[in-house]
Design a protein around this ligand. Structure first.
Ligand code: ADP
Length: 348
């Protein structure tokens, strides 16, 4: 068992209206200072503080998708093929660039995000590891209003009855019963499942009248590795969770009502439970980590505080009007850096 802290990377969304009066970024030192004069701080931030200084593992300001992948994806994805679990997740307010970071932008290959690049790296590396044989399966889940939807099921999400159960296996950690796993023999197969899941998500969005920024999405690659050289029956299991979380903005500001308010309440609850999990772990209170309070935290139990090499991309939108969300994201990200995971390889 090896201890490994969650890595936290800050990524800014490029903007012509950068909050230069409020934010001072030092890329070399990986620090960001934030100032909110008391007059501007319309009582939204509980803390009366006006100045904050944060330091992170890495700061990606106006970075390309390729640079982001080299820092956020490459090492973790390599570890998956060695038998470790991995997680990369994007956190931040709606519009800050989470989906751009995880999936990519505007259908343009050049702007593809971490998910397609990770799939490509996995299948490329498998080809070069001729002494091992790998089985790769993918699943794609969406958590919306505390229900888990299977985006790769033959039953459309709008007709699913929410019978997917999260289980905590003493040996293999979190497994999700009832969630379809599709066998993929190539990069193309795995990418097709991403498209299939995203299109099912869009259809459900219309049928259920929901908004995709209001749900959490978890794309998982499940790996089984056997040696072709040794005669043993040993199998190494690993998985990679790639997660696009719902937006972390405040309801007060967006003025939500009706269904949007219900959705926002579910999102805020699950994100605040995630915060509670992170607080418990960062205070080394491992006895009482409230994972089971929400589907999201239970689903991500291995990823946050468990058996996984984990990296969080905290996306910020550095414009003056988003200062409250920016500071809230940076504070959460700071806490996340104090969480350490306990990593081991699963062999059967
Ligand atoms: P979120 O998923 O956090 O709600 P999106 O990823 O949908 O945000 O981004 C909102 C908009 O900003 C999209 O049009 C996206 O293409 C654009 N965008 C976000 N980050 C970047 C970036 N780093 N470079 C270029 N465009 C970006």
């Amino acid at each position: 068992m090896v201890k490994s802290s969650i890595r936290v990377i800050i990524r800014t969304r490029p903007t012509a209206n950068f909050a230069s009066k409020n934010l001072k970024i030092d890329i070399e030192k990986k620090t960001i200072e934030a100032f909110i004069p008391k007059d501007d701080n319309q009582g939204l931030i509980n803390n009366q503080q006006e100045n904050w200084k944060f330091k992170f593992d890495e700061f990606l300001h106006n970075s390309t998708q390729e640079e982001v992948y080299d820092i956020c994806g490459r090492d973790i994805i390599h570890s998956i093929l060695e038998g470790y679990n991995g997680t990369v997740f994007a956190y931040g307010q709606t519009g800050a660039g989470k989906t751009y970071t995880m999936s990519g932008g505007s259908q343009n290959y050049k702007f593809r995000g971490i998910i397609p690049r990770a799939i490509s790296q996995i299948f490329n590396e498998i080809q070069n590891k001729s002494e091992f044989s790998y089985v790769v399966k993918v699943s794609f889940a969406e958590i919306y209003n505390e229900l888990i939807y299977d985006l790769l099921s033959n039953t459309p999400p709008s007709e699913q009855t929410g019978n997917i159960m999260i289980q905590d296996d003493p040996k293999f950690g979190i497994t999700v019963k009832g969630l379809t796993q599709v066998l993929c023999g190539s990069e193309e197969d795995a990418l097709n499942q991403v498209f299939e899941g995203e299109s099912n998500r869009t259809i459900a969005e219309h049928k259920l009248n929901k908004n995709s920024t209001r749900s959490h999405c978890i794309y998982t690659l499940h790996m089984e590795c056997r040696s072709r050289v040794e005669s043993s029956e040993k199998v190494v299991y690993s998985k990679l969770n790639l997660v696009d979380l719902a937006g972390s903005e405040r309801t007060k500001k967006t003025g939500s009502e009706g269904l949007t308010l219900t959705e926002a309440n579910f999102i805020n609850k699950s994100l605040s439970y995630m915060e509670q999990v992170v607080i418990a772990l960062s205070e080394k209170n491992r006895e009482h980590v409230p994972y089971r309070q929400s589907k999201l935290t239970y689903y991500l139990k291995d990823s946050i505080g468990g058996n996984s090499k984990t990296l969080m991309v905290a996306n910020i939108w550095p414009e003056p009007e988003h200062m409250e969300e920016t500071i809230s994201t940076l504070r959460f990200a700071t806490r996340m850096m104090r969480v350490s995971n306990e990593i081991t390889i699963n062999v059967e």
